[in-house]
Design a protein around this ligand. Sequence first.
Ligand code: MSP
Length: 478
Amino acid sequence: MSEKKPFYITTPIFYPNANLHMGHAYVMTIADIVARYHRLKGEETYFLAGSDDNTAKIFKAAEEKGQSIPDYLDSVTLGFKNLYKDLNISYDQFIRTSDKEAHWPGAIKLWNKLVENGDIYPSTYEGLYCTACETFYTEKDLVEGKCPIHGTIPEKIKEKNYFFKLSKYSAKIKEEIESGRMEVIPVSRKNEILAFIDRGLEDISFSRPKHVVPHAIPVPNDPEQVMYVWCDALTNYISALGYGREDDSKFKKFWPADYQVIGKDILRFHAAIWPAMLLSAGLPLPKKILVHGLIMSGGQKMSKSIGNVIDPNELIKEYGADALRYYLARKISLFEDGDMTHESFKDVYNGDLANGLGNLVSRVMKMAQDNLSEPVYAETVFHKTLLSFMNEFEIQKAANHIWEEIAELDRLIQTKEPFKLVKFDPEKGKEIMRELVAKLKHISHSLAPFMPETSEKILALIKANKAPSEPLFMRKDS
Ligand code: MSP
């Protein structure tokens, strides 16, 4: 019996304390492209999304809005799901860490495994905590006394906590990363995490007093303590699959993950703490951690106070999901910080899509409609070059490759001029037109993971041997 190869890809679960922004749209889009690609290759793909609910921030945000925590979470996560729907994100499951049935049993089971292995011990934490990033800091982590990410002064706290013996796993994690058994991509991030581990991993506080985050997951056998949010959040990647639940068949099938996609700001959690937890519990480590950069605008971090925030919802409304997906996949450099402005988006939309792909489809299909009596039949497979890029998560290079093929097709029309040729050598002219349609079909097939709606539209036109009745790319609000 031939079984489909399982493929598991995860995304960070987002804090539901604010609306999603372009950074979130980015990671969901690149993960979606890869998930769709693996599905098209015939693999049994599982694509996980979710929300990180058990934080002190959410407690505060719900209180400020005068809502109960469940009502507050429902309303925010609905916004997440609407964005994913509008952006055509094909996730298989949306896990919420507040879900007592889906998530909590896994978090509790993993905690108990760490306890059984002697890796959890009570102590007192005295130090700094940034609620905005839910991170414990030491003085040396700070920049001018402030949180390196939020620029705010962290709280000084002293509390009884349970600690996790992270230090015990330094050497083992290092070995897993160096050997490539757990690959950290790109190499610059691999080096960064190895250097961090070399400075020595310290044990980390893994619980908080219950009164700080009353809705978080209780620590087994201690009603006064709840799990530290990152301890609980990281577990989502396995709890979602059924780890700790009666039916853990998905966990057995899909774990370890093929890809865990994350932003560079959460590297330490995923490439040091998470593997240590898994090692302690005797579970396999993820195969690859893919670390992308951050999206900036005009060289600066997108922020409300600077006024350079670009709302993904607005772009989708005006230009459609595929335009945004294309921009994010092709124009944002995957492994470095990318830059996005309204101006560059418009330029790319007009140049690459409306006047580029859109025009090409109109020209080729108009010729086909006017000159060919039958639709062109052509087998399509992913090109070897595309396969090799996509297998390596090189989305940007794969998109570049497709656009080179589009440029080639444009050149073919210019040099062979089949629309002229067909008038004095109909057979030859038609033959070139059939070649153009076949190549367009191949391009549309390659485009499917990137621009699913556009790909489908072009394939339908080819099947019907018809020119589009209106431009493929047209601003909706213009
Ligand atoms: N809740 C944690 C993740 C827990 S995973 C077990 C968290 N949430 S977050 O909402 O703050 O960020 C989620 C992801 O969004 C991170 O991977 C982060 O890198 C990414 N981004 C946030 N801002 C970003 C940009 N401006 N650009 C690209 N990605 C960015 O951290």
